[in-house]
Design a protein around this ligand. Structure first.
Ligand code: AMP
Length: 357
């Protein structure tokens, strides 16, 4: 596919805040954006040229959407793989491909894939029954985190376990569905590599940020991460391996645990722009959303030089209802336009430039 000229239509599967921010970046580059999402008036659709409302198996609406778009991308990883395959079967160009999606949708497949391409993870065991869980907990040193294989996010579908806990109740609590038990990783800090790969295979990684989670939800991302150049280079190289091996076109994010001795263990990856990269539009010459649009549109990547030290803070639930000026004169506020400020829900974020890089 040759580079798309301004005025072309970029379709986005999914209507959340990531789609909204990709869509805004695409609009700034002169593209029209069509959102495909089942919900009524989702955040992304309210800044887009058109909203195709349909479920992910609604073939008639998907067909019309495909016909209206010059390229299609996705903004969340739980889009059914069949939906992407169907769009491709109609002749649509979907970037990134179904491979990135399929691999990251299932924690077991994902960890096996990472290990196969030489990216180390913490120890883990597949768990399909309570008896598997007992054996796995024993094998992993009497402590672990039970996670559903599919559809967990922001700490949902996860339980921390110790040997004496009621394992049957824990398995029930995650819905008694196929799961994995992960060894508890005693990390010193968490970082992420947000990296873009273009259609010609060129790659550009943002400076990895240090990420702080609470209750499984990202609270803050800080760049620079404070890590040595050696560790940063190693992290970036892991991100490059992943982007290359999935044949990814677009942005992806690899979340890593950093151990006291500098060892890097992968936690998971997202085949899309990422919350821990929300500081990049304010901190770098090109932000992650524009970078993603450039890659999927067949444009060359922009420069990722970080020009500011930054701190990004997520606004959860009612935190986002505070008057914007209360975040301080130096705060760049982004609100997602979600109508219901439920506790823990990601409603917006604030970026503060704390110095020149
Ligand atoms: P996840 O949904 O897998 O990204 O997990 C959310 C957060 O929970 C991570 O960013 C970590 O802070 C914590 N966490 C997840 N898995 C582990 C693990 N195996 N060991 C220690 N902490 C973990």
């Amino acid at each position: 596919m040759s580079p798309l000229p301004a005025g072309s239509v970029i379709g986005i599967l999914g209507g959340g805040q990531l789609g909204r921010m990709i869509g805004s970046a695409a609009a700034r580059l002169g593209f029209d954006v069509h959102i495909y999402a089942p919900d009524d008036s989702p955040p992304a659709a309210r800044v887009a040229a058109l909203h195709w409302q349909g479920t992910y198996d609604d073939r008639d609406t998907l067909r019309q959407f495909a016909e209206s778009c010059d390229v299609i991308t996705y903004e969340f990883e739980n889009i059914p793989v069949e939906t992407v395959e169907f769009l491709v079967s109609l002749g649509a160009t979907v970037r990134p491909s179904a491979k990135s999606l399929e691999t990251s949708q299932d924690r077991l497949t994902e960890k096996r894939f990472l290990n196969e391409i030489g990216i180390e993870t913490g120890a883990y065991e597949a768990v399909d029954t309570v008896s598997d869980l007992e054996t796995a907990l024993e094998a992993l040193g009497a402590r672990g985190i039970l996670k559903t294989r599919r559809e967990g996010y922001d700490g949902k579908g996860q339980v921390r376990l110790k040997t004496r806990d009621d394992l049957a109740a824990a398995f029930d609590a995650i819905g008694a569905v196929p799961a994995i038990l992960e060894a508890f990783v005693p990390f010193e800090r968490e970082i992420s590599v947000v990296i873009a790969r273009d259609a010609d295979g060129n790659m550009a990684a943002f400076d990895p940020s240090m990420n702080d989670h609470s209750g499984g939800i990202l609270r803050t991302s800080i760049a620079p991460s404070g890590l040595s150049d050696t560790i940063i280079a190693k992290a970036v190289s892991m991100g490059e391996t992943l982007a290359r091996e999935t044949g990814h076109i677009g942005v992806l994010a690899l979340e890593l645990f950093v151990l006291e001795d500098g060892t890097l263990l992968a936690n998971e990856f997202a085949p899309r722009v990422h919350n821990s990269g929300h500081w990049t539009p304010e901190g770098c010459l090109t932000g992650q959303f524009e970078q993603h649009v450039r890659a999927v549109a067949g444009w060359p990547l922009g420069p990722v030089t970080r020009v500011f030290d930054v701190e990004m803070q997520n606004l959860l639930g009612e935190e986002a209802l505070a008057p914007p000026e209360s975040f301080g004169a130096d705060a760049v506020v982004t609100l997602y336009g979600k109508r219901d400020a439920k506790p823990g829900r990601k409603m917006g974020h604030v970026v503060r430039r704390t110095g020149r890089a």
